[in-house]
Design a binder for this molecule. Structure first.
Ligand SMILES: Cc1cc2nc3c(=O)[nH]c(=O)nc-3n(C[C@H](O)[C@H](O)[C@H](O)COP(=O)(O)OP(=O)(O)OC[C@H]3O[C@@H](n4cnc5c(N)ncnc54)[C@H](O)[C@@H]3O)c2cc1C
Length: 478
């Protein structure tokens, strides 16, 4: 008799833990083949991405090899773009333009989320998000380049614009990016023969909410606000931008801020794939029961950012989009899938938040593990300790610890490799994990994927001469 097949789509926090749970179950290994379909061959530990952008960590430190960490799993590189629940098949685009499909007996959708867009003029063309490794690598190079160009120009207005960075969205992503970015650019300016005699780089952090980290404990907001302001970040709560142009942004107060850098961290929305499967949604997330099964579709499960999982600890609401929930939901999904084969008992997903950790760069952080508010170096140590514990893979952990050690004793390498260009990381993409391939003809596609999950931001296309028509004035990135 042929083995049953469990297909997991997406190897993020939820998918990775589900695959691990299923293949650790000896009886399940014999009963069913576990297939993991993902566009990259690694699991990305997103919480440390701001440290990649700031040059503290090399990118592979936060990329955990799926084959190495999940030996019993069959990895299929690809992006699923069609699911047929009647025939029980998934179709996907492979990394070299090839297509494939396979049948499943159980399906787990864990495709995560993508950058959220807001209808603000110019944002799609001029902002970059922060949801994947390509965007982090782009930002690292971009910050470095802006500082180098600022130091090389005789025009004081251009110098000021290049030394001004605008972050919209003061959730944990925007707060960490601004906190780390300010330290990085300050350090670059401090060593520059010209820039060190000028004003320090200007960082603005905007949010329409009345405090930074609006979704977290107010005590964390106060700590983060204090640290950011002391560092010189202009925290503008209660405000956003009303327009982005090549020259900079216009705030909702009418103030113009000349800048070449707009970093868009207003949040995420579920991966558009879940809308395409034709099952009920809640704010774009696939509705599931507390057992993570899609109602009316036995054998189809969903978890993580892409799933609207009832929060049994807060009746009437859904679990927030965090790694903490996604990873635990992945484990519960594995357990419940095993139970559907007769191994163990299914159980509903229930988890009380254990607190949050926000890395503010240097030795600082704002944290409330188990509800205990921490700040300063204590919070910094707890935050780093937690990340080392939570990051899968002993090799990755060791290398992260080594990078932290080196960063403490050596200056950061402020060099740009220019491998990820501005046009390769548009804000409007359904595949933030892959850079876009230059293609003027058929619309751009993510490199390494044959699929059409990517949409060009505002119809952006690369010219045949290699330049980007929406290229920022003076931006040498594309
Ligand atoms: C910069 C940053 C920092 C963060 N920090 C924290 C933090 O400190 N604490 C916290 O709790 N949360 C944090 N989060 C949020 C957390 O990372 C997410 O909630 C979590 O990653 C969600 O897990 P997931 O498994 O649902 O999705 P993901 O981890 O995003 O994984 C989704 C996977 O699906 C793949 N995929 C997508 N579409 C397809 C497709 N069509 N076919 C095949 N595969 C597909 C993707 O490539 C990816 O591998 C942070 C997020 C960001 C962006």
């Amino acid at each position: 008799m042929s083995r049953s097949r469990i297909v997991i789509v997406g190897a993020g926090f939820a998918g990775f833990q589900a695959a691990r749970g299923l293949t650790r179950h000896r009886a399940m290994r014999e009963e069913a083949e576990v297939v993991l379909i993902n566009p990259t061959d690694y699991f990305l530990y997103l919480p440390l991405l701001p440290q990649v952008a700031a040059g503290i960590l090399e990118p592979r430190r936060v990329a955990v090899s799926l084959q190495g960490a999940l030996p019993g799993v069959r990895l299929v590189l690809g992006e699923v773009d069609h699911i047929d629940p009647q025939r029980r098949t998934v179709s996907f685009a492979g990394p070299e333009g090839d297509r494939g499909s396979m049948s499943y007996d159980r399906l787990l959708l864990t495709v995560g989320s993508v950058n959220k867009l807001l209808p603000i003029p110019g944002v799609a063309e001029h902002a970059h998000g922060f949801r994947g490794l390509p965007e982090a690598l782009y930002l690292r190079d971009h910050m470095t380049r802006q500082m180098e160009l600022a130091g090389g120009t005789d025009d004081p207005r251009e110098c000021q614009a290049r030394c001004t960075f605008v972050v919209v969205g003061a959730g944990y992503t925007g707060t960490e990016v601004a906190a780390q970015g300010k330290l990085y650019t300050d350090a670059m300016a401090g060593k520059h023969p010209v820039l060190r005699h000028r004003d320090r780089p200007r960082w603005l952090l905007l949010d329409i909410a009345d405090r930074v980290l609006p979704e977290l404990d107010p005590r964390l907001s106060r700590t983060a606000d204090r640290v950011l302001r002391a560092r010189g970040v202009e925290v503008r709560t209660g405000h956003s931008i009303k327009e982005a142009t090549q020259e900079g942004v216009v705030l909702d107060t009418g103030e113009s801020v000349p800048s070449r850098s707009l970093i868009w961290c207003v949040g995420v929305r579920p991966d558009p794939l879940v809308a395409a499967v034709g099952m009920p949604l809640e704010r774009g997330r696939l509705v599931v029961g507390p057992d993570l099964v899609v109602p009316g579709h036995p054998g189809v499960y969903a978890a993580g950012d892409a799933a609207a999982v009832p929060d049994l600890t807060r009746p009437g609401s859904y679990t927030p989009m965090t790694a903490q929930h996604a990873a635990r939901q992945g484990k519960v999904a594995a357990r419940n899938i095993a139970a559907s084969y007769g191994y163990g008992e299914a159980r509903p997903y229930r988890h009380h938040d254990l607190g949050f950790l926000v890395d503010l760069g240097g030795v600082k952080a704002a944290a409330n593990p188990l509800g205990v508010p921490l700040s300063g170096p204590t919070a910094g140590a707890v935050t780093r300790g937690y990340h080392l514990w939570a990051l899968p893979g002993a090799h990755n952990r060791t290398k992260v610890a080594a990078d932290w050690l080196l960063d403490a004793v050596l200056p950061r390498q402020a060099v740009q490799l220019g491998l990820v260009r501005s046009w390769a990381v548009p804000l409007d993409t359904a595949a933030p994990e892959l850079p876009v391939r230059p293609s003027a003809a058929a619309g751009a596609r993510p490199v390494g994927a044959g699929g059409g999950r990517h949409r060009e931001a505002g119809g952006r296309q690369r010219r045949d001469d290699g330049t980007d028509p929406h290229h920022r004035k003076g931006d040498q990135s594309s």
